[in-house]
Write a protein that binds this ligand. Structure first.
Ligand SMILES: NC(=O)c1ccc[n+]([C@@H]2O[C@H](COP(=O)([O-])OP(=O)(O)OC[C@H]3O[C@@H](n4cnc5c(N)ncnc54)[C@H](OP(=O)(O)O)[C@@H]3O)[C@@H](O)[C@H]2O)c1
Length: 509
């Protein structure tokens, strides 16, 4: 394996972050997402000495909690990630900026805390201040929180304000449209940060650099040279303690409508006219608009859905979906998706894109594989073994790396082609400059950079794409059981398999 040492080229330090003083209000501040991802990411940015300005983090929740309780939970979660380097003094310095308030959002008229915080903010003399509302709550509370924010009247003033929305952004096209409309009553589109944490991952961003920073790729990144593309987002975990949430959403709303389509658009988009957020988002939107709608009659030919049964994951017995907590016995929610789609534009016409995602699958893996066509002539005589088509492989999880597979001559007197991989592995880089997805996205929110966030029209378009699949999943398509620890429903292999094509990890095993 040929490894490229990038350390000598990448000695960049993280720039000093030019952010103004801020108040960061997290609704659902003591929930899973906030305590495991958002607050630890804010702490890491603080630890890197990048949050030099004055800031306050306000956690909002329903349950009464003492300061000590919050302190312990947050410390425990940070310690989990930071065992060796944990600096208690630094943590306490950070924690001084945190406070917790409880109120029931279901009774918006009684929610006064936010108003008092915002009044304090309004009266401060600093012109540079910004206020960030981060909604880390179940989706049914979102509209009520928007009402509470509206009641503070903050949005009527020319204040630097931002709102961060977690997925799911709506539950279908109509609800997403309604939500966007509600948001626009109090925020401008450039104040809305719709999170898709996949976009914060280095390898996902690197797809753009890799494509548009290497001229040798551009002439072949198209239908004439690419045979097909595979994208896999697989998890070994089941639904854990998210039964109620998951059963309402399933794999199509949880993964395909957002992460999968976002990755697809970055692989396929045309060159943006520059690297501004809107130029990039314009190009992604064109891909969403070009995805060929799957007609009702073709859905079963092109889509396979499944639900995990029991089986073994890493040698341990695990229960099937229907035996999980809070799942109705007759649930038809899909935990596995495999599909074949086409993008009807000049670059990609006729190239199949095979997408699959699922829970309780054989490996935890997020991978994009671009498989090129074989050379037109086989020059290596009768003795040669098979020539493997060139591939570009972006691995996003569990490792972050990019590989190109090529063929070379195997040493000796025979004409044996031999497949090799050229590999760029992020773990070879200096980790001090490697931000995890939430750190990167929170930093962008503070700086006001919208490039890695989903725009209103993108979200609506993504819902339009999955609508017929969701409809079929509720009626015409059969949801088939697959064993936990397998690669999902057997029929998904028929979607792709022919003499030349296989799902990438199947042939490796
Ligand atoms: N967890 C993840 O990794 C993840 C990843 C991506 C997206 N998301 C999205 O992020 C959102 C939050 O997820 P989560 O996993 O953090 O959920 P969670 O652990 O259930 O947290 C929900 C939070 O909302 C608060 N809350 C619920 N009802 C309330 C009410 N009536 N008034 C005030 N506060 C209320 C809860 O307060 P108490 O703590 O006081 O009960 C809790 O802090 C969801 O939309 C989810 O889809 C989560």
């Amino acid at each position: 394996m040929l490894k490229v040492d990038m350390n000598k080229f990448c000695s960049y330090e993280l720039d000093e972050i030019k952010v103004s003083n801020f108040i960061f209000i997290i609704f659902g501040g003591m929930g899973d997402l906030s305590t495991k991802k958002i607050i630890p990411s804010l702490f890491n940015l603080f630890k890197r000495n990048k949050l030099k300005k004055t800031f306050e983090i306000i956690l909002h929740g329903k349950t009464k909690r003492s300061n000590e309780m919050c302190y312990e939970v947050i410390k425990k979660n940070i310690l989990k990630e930071d065992k060796e380097e944990f600096d208690v003094e630094l943590f306490e310095k950070f924690y001084k900026n945190i406070s917790y308030y409880d109120e029931n959002i279901e009774e918006p008229e009684k929610c006064k805390i936010l108003k008092s915080i915002v009044d304090k903010f309004n009266n401060s003399s600093e012109e540079e201040n910004q206020i960030i509302f981060y909604l880390a709550v179940p989706p049914d509370l979102v509209l009520k929180i928007l009402k509470i924010i509206e009641n503070t009247k903050i949005c009527k003033k020319g204040i630097n304000k931002k709102i961060v929305m977690e997925k799911p952004f709506g539950t279908d096209y109509n609800s997403a449209k309604k939500l966007n409309k509600e948001l626009m009553k109090n925020f401008k589109e450039n104040e809305v940060y719709r999170m898709d944490h996949y976009l914060g991952k280095e390898t996902v961003q690197n797809i753009l650099f890799f494509r548009f920073g290497n001229l040798i790729l551009e002439p072949i990144w198209k239908r004439e040279y690419i045979d097909h593309v595979q994208i896999t987002i697989s998890e070994t975990i089941g639904i854990e303690n998210r039964g109620e949430f998951y059963d309402k959403n399933g794999i199509i709303k949880d993964i395909i409508q957002n992460h999968m389509l976002q990755i697809l658009s970055i692989i396929c988009m045309e060159y943006p006219i520059n690297f501004s957020s809107n130029s990039i988002r314009d190009e992604k939107l064109k891909i969403f608009k070009s995805i060929k709608k799957i007609e009702k009659k073709d859905i079963e030919k092109n889509i396979v859905l499944g639900q995990y049964g029991n089986g073994k994951i890493l040698g341990e017995n695990v229960v099937g979906y229907l035996e999980e907590k809070k799942i109705p016995q007759d649930s038809k929610t899909a935990t596995f998706f495999a599909g074949k789609i086409f993008i009807e534009n000049w670059r990609w016409s006729g190239v199949p894109f095979y997408l699959r995602a699922g829970k309780r699958l054989k490996e935890k893996l997020t991978e994009i594989v671009i498989i090129f066509k074989n050379p037109p002539l086989n020059l290596f005589g009768n003795n040669c073994s098979k020539i493997f088509p060139n591939r570009v492989i972006f691995t996003i999880q569990p490792e972050e790396k990019i590989e190109i597979s090529m063929n070379v001559k195997y040493p000796g007197d025979k004409n044996y082609p031999h497949p090799i991989k050229l590999t760029f592995d992020y773990s070879n880089l200096n980790s001090k400059i490697h931000l995890n997805a939430y750190e990167r996205l929170i930093l962008d929110i503070l700086k006001g950079d919208l490039t890695l966030f989903t725009r209103e029209d993108e979200v609506e378009s993504m819902w339009e794409i999955v609508a017929p699949i969701i409809e079929a999943s509720e009626g015409s398509i059969q949801i088939q059981e697959y064993s936990s620890g397998s690669w999902g429903v057997k029929e998904s292999e028929l979607l792709i398999e022919n003499d030349e094509r296989r799902w990438s990890r199947h042939e490796d095993n």
